[in-house]
Structure formats: C-alpha cells, structure tokens
Design a protein. Structure first.
Length: 91
C-alpha cells in the first residue's frame, strides 16, 4: 500500500510512519503539492541493492556482500565468536 503525506506530517508523525513502514507501507512525500521522495521498507530492496545505490563501496566489497546475502537466503550462515574472528574471515 502507498500513502501520500506532506513534509509537515512526516515531521510530526515520524513514529507512526516508522511503524507503518515496518508493516510494508510505502510513502510518497510531497512538498508544495509536488512529490519529492519516496520512503519504502529497506528489506524490500535487499541490503546489497540498497548499498549499491549509495556508490560508497568497492566492487570487491559488494561482491562479498552479495555472496553473504545469498548465503543467508540459503541458510548457509557462519557465525563468529567476536569481531576479530569476523575480520579475519574477510581476508
């Protein structure tokens, strides 16, 4: 479901909007009767797709993230005891 809201409503009803987003609601935010951006659940894009849209990460890093996302979907998840162990696995 998609809802259209104004900037003022976004500012005053943030908590309610956040809850709606968790439940899968999309929002189109308008300012002076013109749409300026859309808010949608992050999971809908997938973590890797969302990160790729920022252009902040190297291609190698993104390839590793895609593999990790695929492993999670296929229940091939490796857990680590601490951050150091995790960092070693990245090398």
């Amino acid at each position: 479901m998609t809802k259209i809201i104004g900037m003022k409503e976004l500012q005053t009803k943030t908590k309610k909007i956040r809850e709606d987003i968790k439940n899968g609601v999309h929002f189109i935010v308008v300012w002076r009767s013109k749409p300026i951006f859309e808010i949608r659940p992050f999971e809908e894009m997938g973590f890797v797709s969302a990160m790729q849209s920022t252009n902040l990460y190297t291609e190698d890093f993104m390839n590793r993230m895609e593999k990790a996302e695929e492993d999670m979907k296929n229940s091939r998840i490796k857990t680590f005891k601490n951050t150091a162990e995790f960092l070693k696995s990245l090398v």
